[in-house]
Design a protein around this ligand. Structure first.
Ligand code: SF4
Length: 369
């Protein structure tokens, strides 16, 4: 089974830390929607007829699109792809761009999972990140989501923000648990040089990130979510059993996905391709870059993505998919991390423990071929 990702590139304003492709002007909104539908039709064979089980509207801010626009896009997908009955359809929403009515309309179109960009329930953190909403908006949108009947809701929170004390982080998590929501994506604040925040920190006008606080807050996160019965199923993702993101699991398990819209990435099992990151160019003519993956590339990707999850690296999968040489090499390389207590072995699976997850990228890089 496969998934479809749609990149909606518009945002009301640019958040200081944002490194995603998005634009503030909605001048080309109508052209963009037409180009997106055209791309969906032209690339209908990309997934090789595989059945689609997830559709994900990400961005940018998909909730800037009117329900009627989302309906038009879904109609094109249903006409051109084999989509299972009751697919997971996720829409990312920012609190300042929705109303109770718009949420209810999205739901009536078949959107059954709402991903809300809360980031923090404290106004000073939201100001540090230059988010447009405040904590009142954040609580309001979660109430509305539940009132209109969304069963699956997830929210994003960020830790490691210099204005976020450990006590406030505790309170943010308590507020999250009190909502009864079953899924949480919690990210460490990463500062990229080229972002507004990166420049502000370089100039000394914004406080820098404190790595020790980041690690402490990660530990608080792991402990509190575990106490509440959440599974830490991917480095940044926590869910009550059975409430995992089906769409993101497609990425982590190396299944096929089609990415539509500017800057969207696609994977067909043997190659990756990514669309031009410009709304203007995307609307004028569809263009992309493509990379054929070698066996080593595919092995490295498998290590990187599977190591991030609670399902871990499967030795049997390596043997079948890549051959005996790869599995022997992996067995040798992994010993060091088992000895250091960062990874544990369960049958044929090798899984990072909570502390090991802090070093996932570095460990994966050392396991690469
Ligand atoms: S709303 Fe999201 S995509 Fe848009 S600027 Fe902020 S972080 Fe970036």
């Amino acid at each position: 089974m496969a998934g479809i990702y749609l990149h909606i590139p518009f945002c009301k304003s640019k958040c200081a830390y944002c490194n995603f492709f998005s634009v503030v002007s909605e001048k080309q909104r109508i052209d963009f929607i037409e180009a997106l539908k055209k791309e969906a039709i032209e690339r209908k064979d990309y997934l090789g007829g595989e059945v689609v089980r997830t559709v994900y509207f990400g961005g940018g801010t998909p909730s800037l699109l009117k329900p009627s626009e989302i309906a038009g896009i879904l109609e094109v997908l249903y006409k051109n792809y084999k989509i299972i009955e009751n697919p997971e359809i996720t829409l990312e929403a920012n609190p300042d761009t929705v109303s109770r009515e718009s949420l209810s309309e999205y739901k009536s179109l078949g959107v059954n999972r709402l991903s809300v960009g809360i980031q923090s329930f404290c106004d000073d953190d939201l100001q540090y990140l230059s988010r447009k909403h405040d904590s009142r908006h954040a609580r309001q949108v979660l109430d509305w989501a539940q009132e209109v009947g969304f069963q699956e809701v997830t929210m994003d929170l960020i830790y490691g923000i210099p204005t976020l004390t450990d006590e406030k982080w505790h309170r943010n998590l308590e507020t999250f648990f009190a909502t009864g929501i079953n899924h949480l994506s919690a990210y460490a604040l990463t500062v990229e040089e080229k972002t507004t925040l990166g420049q502000r920190i370089n100039k000394g006008v914004a406080a820098p990130v404190d790595e020790d606080a980041m690690i402490r807050q990660y530990q608080i996160l792991v402990e509190m979510t575990e106490n509440q019965g959440f599974e830490h199923y991917e480095i940044s993702n926590f869910a009550r059993p059975g409430h995992y993101s089906k769409h993101n699991t497609i990425y982590w398990k190396g299944e096929k996905y089609l990415g539509l819209g500017p800057s969207a990435h696609s994977f067909d099992g043997v190659s990756r391709q990514w669309n031009v990151a410009s709304v203007k160019d995307y609307c004028e003519s569809y263009s992309f870059e493509r990379e054929e993956l070698t066996l080593n590339d595919r092995y490295n990707e498998y290590i990187m993505t599977s190591l991030r999850t609670m399902w871990g690296v499967d030795l049997e999968h390596i043997r079948k998919e890549f051959g005996e040489n790869y599995s022997e090499r992996f067995k040798k390389a992994i010993k060091k991390y088992i000895f250091e207590g960062k990874i544990y072995q369960k049958d044929q699976k090798f899984v990072l423990n909570d502390d090991g997850m802090l070093f996932a990228d570095g460990i994966a890089a050392e396991l690469f071929i």
